[in-house]
Design a protein around this ligand. Structure first.
Ligand SMILES: Cc1ncc(COP(=O)(O)O)c(C=O)c1O
Length: 444
């Protein structure tokens, strides 16, 4: 969408009328003239106390909470201004979904991801997981099978099982430090009860950018077995290093026939707390109508005001905030990779090609998963996500959220080093003493 028409739509929705005259326009104008790195301050320490943050709710003992995937950066000022302007209006009554919502999503897919979609293919999702759950209800019955490819975002399985569906694992293959889909394994899994494969594109927690050829092959196999694919693309806007994200439904006619895409600006613009800020994109008319009917019948088809405003404001044509954020995240990733390779602590970090989450292999430490998590939380005072929660292949791993000012990251690394570098050395000495025939000393 043109910036001018976006501003016009804000104005017609009343976003600007109660602001000091022209303030959104002034904001954009000031953004235009400023040096982006000065304008968006990702180094700023932000106090989240008293905001009911889920992430900080777990940090009761001075830990740095680097688990759940929201960032400690202020969101794009334009999105905040649009929200404030709308919430400043006196009446917050029933609100319809305006054409601007569909235009914003379709425009974003075209301009940011190079994927031309029909505006009619876009629909609402009351959150990515809530949307996927509605789609589970639409296309499966209790007892039907749903395939996931772990290690993968845990909530695909969690809610499928809560709804009485059977989750079948097709674990990814980890070879020479790289993950691959196991197509041979996949071919063995299908039967008459198999209805859906859930794809995480890009992958959380492993940070994998899936190549077009992989997705083409996946679509071909799934269509041949009469299975539809839910493609969770919530991390897609955060594809790094100039790599172009590949939307699943875009890769082939087969993918467009069987694919349901779920996306959202919540990760990329750090607005997860708005909730329900998501969309679906379903090229196949029959699948789309069935999904939308389920939403409507559950009365989940009416986006809350903040969700509408958040999506429309985030998915405008000015991407400087997001682009600057991505350069900052790339810097944090480089720093983290250097830290883990320079300090020989028995941990190996995978370079993510998307998003702000670092997947770390700690298997060389030889700890149980409980011991590993306790060493991070109680020893290092850094709370990470438990790799085992992402299913098969996640044991011995942790996931670290790098969405922090670099100073916080440095503090976390210092704590991890104090806890693990010393102990790894101790472990090594113990090993030397044992192989040299001395009795072992106690190792924490
Ligand atoms: C892959 C993936 N899907 C979905 C979600 C959650 O999305 P929502 O809050 O819209 O349900 C997350 C959050 O971390 C995620 O990583």
């Amino acid at each position: 969408m043109e910036r001018r028409s976006f501003l016009k739509s804000l104005a017609s929705a009343g976003f600007t009328t109660l602001l000091p005259t022209g303030s959104i326009g002034a904001l954009l104008a000031s953004c235009a003239s400023a040096n982006p790195s000065e304008e968006f301050d990702f180094e700023k320490l932000i106090d989240r106390s008293g905001t009911w943050s889920v992430k900080y709710g777990r940090a009761t003992n001075g830990e740095i909470p680097m688990w759940i995937a929201d960032m400690d950066f202020a969101t794009d000022p334009f999105v905040k201004a649009a929200l404030s302007a709308r919430l400043d209006r006196d009446v917050l009554g029933y609100t319809s979904t305006p054409p601007e919502f569909y235009d914003a999503v379709a425009g974003w897919l075209k301009n940011y991801h190079g994927y031309q979609v029909d505006r009619e293919w876009v629909g609402y999702a009351p959150g990515v997981i809530a949307g996927i759950n509605q789609a589970y209800l639409t296309f499966t019955n209790p007892g039907d099978k749903i395939i996931v490819q772990p290690p993968v975002y845990d909530q695909f399985k969690l809610y499928a099982e809560r709804l009485g569906r059977v989750v079948v694992d097709n674990p990814m293959i980890l070879r020479d430090g790289k993950y691959y889909m196991d197509f041979d394994g996949l071919e063995q899994l299908f039967d008459n009860q198999t209805k859906i494969l859930v794809l995480c594109n890009p992958s959380n927690p492993c940070g994998i950018h899936w190549e077009r050829e992989t997705l083409v092959r996946l679509a071909e196999i799934c269509e041949r077995h009469g299975v539809i694919v839910f493609s969770d693309e919530i991390h897609a806007d955060l594809t790094l290093y100039g790599v172009q994200h590949v939307p699943f439904c875009s890769v082939s006619d087969a993918a467009a026939r069987i694919g349901l895409m779920f996306g959202s600006p919540t990760k990329s613009f750090n607005i997860a707390g708005l909730s329900g800020t998501a969309y679906c994109m379903i090229p196949n008319k029959e699948l789309r109508e069935r999904y939308l009917a389920t939403l409507e019948n559950s009365k989940l088809d009416e986006p809350p005001i903040p969700s509408l405003v958040g999506t429309i404001a985030a998915y405008r044509d000015d991407t400087r905030w997001l682009d600057t954020l991505k350069r900052y995240i790339e810097g944090n990733i480089q720093r983290a990779l250097d830290f883990f390779s320079e300090n020989q602590m028995g941990m190996k970090a995978f370079e993510p090609h998307t998003s702000f989450l670092l997947w770390i292999d700690c298997r060389a430490l030889g700890l149980s998963q409980d011991q590993l998590m306790a060493r991070f939380k109680d020893g290092a005072k850094v709370i990470l996500s438990n790799g085992a929660s992402y299913g098969q292949g996640g044991e011995g791993f942790v996931r670290m959220n790098l969405g922090y000012p670099t100073s916080v990251l440095e503090e976390a690394f210092a704590r991890i080093k104090r806890e693990f570098a010393y102990n790894y050395l101790t472990y090594f000495c113990k090993y030397l003493l044992i192989v040299n025939g001395h009795s072992a000393f106690s190792y924490k």
